[in-house]
Design a protein around this ligand. Structure first.
Ligand code: FES
Length: 201
């Protein structure tokens, strides 16, 4: 059997043209080796970065399903809050590298929002950090009767119609709100979090 590898020019081929071509191949291989970790580092940075203006929002695809950026119409009034992550529409990168990027989406009656909150909402859709400002537990529950988001760890309650202010419990500060806007019905991040998300230390 012919060994085709024996026909391929090695990096040290004696013919000048072949040698140049071979050196290019070698250089390309080296650049590839160097570039790969750099690209990986950039990808990690993009996944860890906090939500950026212009980002879309998407449900975490833990089953490998296709991620689709959410529109305002996807968020139903009265539905359980949706846990989402920011999505860079230019690269398709889901910023799920940090749990501090967990966001709760909730649709409320715009008339129930105070002026400050209404200005940061998109047709009644509000976005808050899904990480409790007390000791950093995950938030996912909304009690429509009381109109509060609440944390099961130590029962802090937050008012989503009033900028996420603390209603009761040990949380020392409001939930950071993520400003949104609607671009022809597309849900878009308008600005960065109003404050640092996460536990207060
Ligand atoms: S971590 Fe949420 S109330 Fe303590």
């Amino acid at each position: 059997m012919t060994d085709h590898r024996a026909d391929a020019p090695p990096c040290g081929a004696c013919c000048d043209d072949k040698r140049r071509a071979a050196l290019k191949l070698c250089a390309g291989a080296v650049i590839g080796l160097v570039a790969a970790p750099k690209d990986a580092a950039h990808a990690d940075e993009a996944e860890d970065a906090r939500p950026q203006p212009g980002d879309r929002l998407a449900v975490f695809g833990d089953e490998g399903e296709t991620l689709h950026p959410l529109d305002v119409a996807d968020i139903k009034a009265g539905a359980k809050p949706l846990v989402v992550y920011p999505l860079d529409p230019a690269t398709g990168t889901l910023r799920d590298g940090s749990r501090l990027n967990r966001i709760l989406l909730l649709r409320l009656d715009p008339a129930s929002l105070d002026d400050h909150t209404r200005a940061l909402a998109a047709d009644g859709v509000v976005a808050y950090s899904a990480v409790c400002t007390h000791q950093g537990c995950d938030l996912s529950e909304y009690n429509p009767k009381e109109g509060v988001l609440f944390c099961f760890c130590h029962f802090s309650k937050f008012r989503p119609t009033r900028g996420g202010e603390v209603v009761s419990g040990p949380a020392p500060r409001s939930l950071p709100i993520l400003p949104l806007r609607s671009d022809s019905g597309e849900l878009v991040v308008a600005d960065s979090f109003s404050a640092r998300p996460g536990a207060t230390v």
